[in-house]
Design a binder for this molecule. Structure first.
Ligand SMILES: [Zn+2]
Length: 431
């Protein structure tokens, strides 16, 4: 049991590895450092990466995704407790916000030499479901240099890289600017943790959101708008359908119109890097029994949004389509619940901190590649709040959410070195 140590892994029912210690251990063994890499090789090793990532993966934090009540392995509470102790041990003043019942953000500020700038290191603490995996989701088994388990690459591996980098920089007194480390809840089901952080007035000059980007700088990505459309009818005995109002019929018309809208998007304006916007009907549920005229039909729609698009206009266009589909049936009363919105990310290519991170990446790995993504991240929330943001981390999105999720520990170490190099280098304005 993790409670065997003084570390507050309260509620974590997984056994700790025999070699684990109460806090993240940044291995004291010395490597042969490249002098250009600011001694980062001195502190972060495969062993230290494995130690912290093991602890994170063995502490389940599955997004409940609407499930109530929240009980292990669901919810981010245990991770919040674990990270609180870790951040306190690093000397940070820890703030905890209960964003939703039993679901917490944890964040802490660390003072740098130049306090005129603040860097936000964001890593979401939730994972997708642990069910139907082919490996032990919370076992943190290591094979051939890869650590397996739910969240290993999305996004506990990238979070581990941030923690390793931050701890090394803080302990050696080389933090160039103030840093806020934030572990945010609910990224996988609406991003309410990051949204809450922004709403309560978070201020930073640059944000890195930890996600598995294969050590590439994802500086642009699409946004997401999800909506749940309900068409209401009236139930009746199926032998007398005229006495009821069959909600499936206008829903079927609507699906056809949404398909046409999706086709138009796919043939429409294309972003040079991100491609076109997309739309998909992802669920459809109507009716309750074979002998009852269905009194409702519910659709989920997933719309992927380009940085250049206006979210209000997108919602309006879908709402108009819904009302048009119902126009032929005066009894049809539609409702739309805009369930989830992740803003797109469209950073300035010349933001000083982005250039600084790019330089750190090139210094440590010998190469620096920018890329874009089709998925949404917390970075969109920060960018929307006016904070230049980028997505960065070890691991591949191709391994995220999979039955045998895993990450290369060597890549976690590389990411940690890049982030540490960045955190220890003063950011200089380019203009
Ligand atoms: Zn993620």
């Amino acid at each position: 049991m993790c409670e065997s140590s003084d570390m507050a892994m309260r509620g974590c029912t997984r056994k700790c590895p025999v070699t684990s210690s109460p806090h993240v251990q940044l291995d004291a063994r010395r490597g042969t450092g490249n002098p250009d890499v600011m001694n980062t090789k001195e502190t972060t090793t495969l062993d230290s990466a494995q130690a912290i990532l093991t602890r994170l993966v063995q502490c389940p934090s599955v997004n409940p995704a609407g499930r109530e009540p929240i009980a292990p392995p669901y919810g981010e509470g245990r991770m919040a407790a674990l990270l609180s102790e870790q951040l306190k041990d690093m000397g940070g003043e820890v703030r905890t916000d209960e964003v939703l019942p039993g679901r917490l953000n944890v964040w802490s500020r660390f003072a740098g030499r130049d306090r005129s700038r603040t860097i936000l290191l964001d890593a979401h603490s939730d994972t997708v479901s642990h069910l139907h995996m082919s490996v032990d989701p919370f076992g943190a088994e290591v094979r051939e240099g890869r650590l397996f388990g739910r969240g290993a690459c999305d996004t506990k591996g990238p979070m581990a890289a941030m923690l390793l980098a931050l701890e090394s920089a803080v302990r050696s007194g080389r933090l160039a600017h103030d840093v806020i480390f934030a572990a945010t809840c609910d990224e996988e089901n609406g991003g309410r943790g990051a949204r809450h952080l922004v709403t309560r007035g978070l201020q930073a000059d640059f944000a890195i959101s930890a996600e598995p980007t294969e050590l590439q700088l994802v500086w642009r990505h699409k946004g997401i708008q999800r909506g749940r459309i309900t068409l209401h009818g009236m139930a009746a005995h199926s032998s007398t359908p005229a006495r009821g109002h069959n909600a499936i019929y206008p829903a079927a018309r609507l699906v056809g119109q949404l398909e046409a809208m999706a086709a138009a998007l796919s043939a429409g304006k294309s972003d040079a890097e991100l491609g076109t916007a997309t739309l998909a009907v992802t669920t459809m549920h109507g009716g309750t029994a074979a002998n009852i005229i269905p009194d409702s039909c519910v659709l989920d729609v997933d719309r992927r949004v380009l940085p250049s698009e206006d979210i209000d206009a997108i919602r309006l266009a879908i709402e108009e389509l819904v009302h048009r589909a119902c126009a032929a049936d005066p009894w049809c009363t539609p409702s739309i619940d805009w369930t989830q919105h992740y803003p797109s990310l469209g950073s300035s290519p010349t933001a000083p901190a982005l250039l600084a991170l790019e330089t750190a990446l090139r210094t440590v790995t010998g190469t620096a590649q920018r890329s874009v993504a089709a998925y949404g991240t917390n970075a969109g929330f920060y960018a929307q709040a006016g904070i230049p943001s980028v997505v960065f981390g070890p691991g591949s999105i191709a391994d995220a959410h999979t039955a045998a999720e895993s990450i290369s520990l060597a890549e976690v170490v590389s990411a940690a070195k890049v982030i540490e190099q960045f955190l220890c280098t003063p950011i200089v304005d380019t203009q």
